[in-house]
Design a protein around this ligand. Structure first.
Ligand code: KMH
Ligand code: ZN
Length: 310
């Protein structure tokens, strides 16, 4: 691994991590990343863990998902991170359903469609790789195994490498999901080994507050952001009760935001979320207060290196 003048690791042995952005220090203090005057808001509306029976507002059908996508777009989202469910509202990676979902979201919105390759903890590696065949704009790519509550979310190195290579071949822009500091080391290793991703830009999501991963604190966020490859942009996600503090920390450190019912089903203590749009609205309001208003999907495409729609 190469390092910059300050001893910080650089992506892929080159400087900077993006081919288009100017050289900058790592993603925290002093960085001048793309999108510093506006905020990328990603909505993660469904996830694989929450049970529809206990949370009726969770979007699980295709119609519910498209309706949610439209209201979240109107509220300020630019990217949708998608997990889908089957006819019994159970998580699935069925390729036909995924393909239909990508198409329906494209017809109904101009959001960047990012499919989850994480799926549920029970999903096999083959099915997770095959997600790319549904033709999304972007995909999640988790950079390491992590304890996930009582379960294990498995992401061994050979799988990470394979997924990264296939995403590059397929023209799908990865978002690097980082649940722990060791995942950041693996991201550097990946870029060193295989070079820059499709789109020429590195964008990460710090997933914080998962039991087993890094805590959702401001101090942890600053440490993680500082360790990212130079030129990378990053969002942060605070799971559960860390959602709001992580949003404040991310905005003040120059980061972007991911919110949604995948990560939080309480809007405030004792007050369940009524729908994803109110989480996006709150994120957009905070971004506005931080004088970095929500960016549009086209602005997000330019920042992330996602191709435009024909
Ligand atoms: N559902 C988690 C086990 C991703 O979407 O890439 C994994 C997850 C990460 O949600
Ligand atoms: Zn996910």
């Amino acid at each position: 691994m190469t390092t910059d003048a300050a001893g910080r690791p650089a992506a892929g042995g080159q400087s900077p991590a993006t081919s288009s952005a100017p050289a900058s220090s790592a993603g925290s203090a002093g960085a001048a990343p793309a999108g510093r005057d506006s905020t990328l808001i990603t909505v993660a509306p469904t996830g694989a863990e929450t049970d529809k029976a206990s949370v009726p507002a969770l979007p699980v059908t295709l119609d519910e998902l498209v309706a949610t996508a439209k209201t979240c777009r109107a509220a300020g989202a630019a990217v949708i991170h998608v997990h889908i469910r089957d006819e019994n509202a159970r998580p699935t990676l069925d390729l036909g359903r995924l393909t239909d979902t990508v198409q329906a979201l494209r017809e109904g919105t101009d959001l960047i469609v990012q499919l989850s390759t994480g799926g549920a903890v029970t999903d096999g590696f083959g099915a997770r790789l095959a997600v790319l065949d549904a033709g999304p704009d972007a995909c999640s790519l988790t950079c390491g195994t992590v304890n996930f509550g009582d379960e294990v979310f498995a992401n061994p190195w050979p799988f990470i490498r394979e997924l990264y290579g296939r995403a590059k071949e397929a023209g799908v822009v990865p978002e690097f999901e980082l649940f722990d500091m060791g995942h950041i080391a693996t991201l550097h290793r990946l870029l060193d080994d295989l070079g820059m991703p499709y789109g020429g830009h590195v964008h990460c999501d710090l997933v914080m507050g998962v039991p087993g991963g890094m805590p959702g604190t401001a101090a942890q966020l600053v440490q993680a952001a500082a360790a990212l490859p130079r030129g990378a942009t990053w969002s942060a996600t605070g799971v559960g009760r860390t959602s709001v503090p992580v949003m404040f920390a991310a905005l003040s450190a120059g980061g972007h935001l991911r919110v949604g019912m995948e990560d939080t089903i309480s809007f405030a203590r004792g007050r369940p979320v009524t729908g994803n749009a109110e989480l996006v609205q709150r994120a957009a309001a905070l971004a506005g207060l931080a004088q970095r208003p929500a960016m549009t999907p086209d602005q997000a495409r330019a920042m992330l290196g996602v191709s435009g729609r024909e």
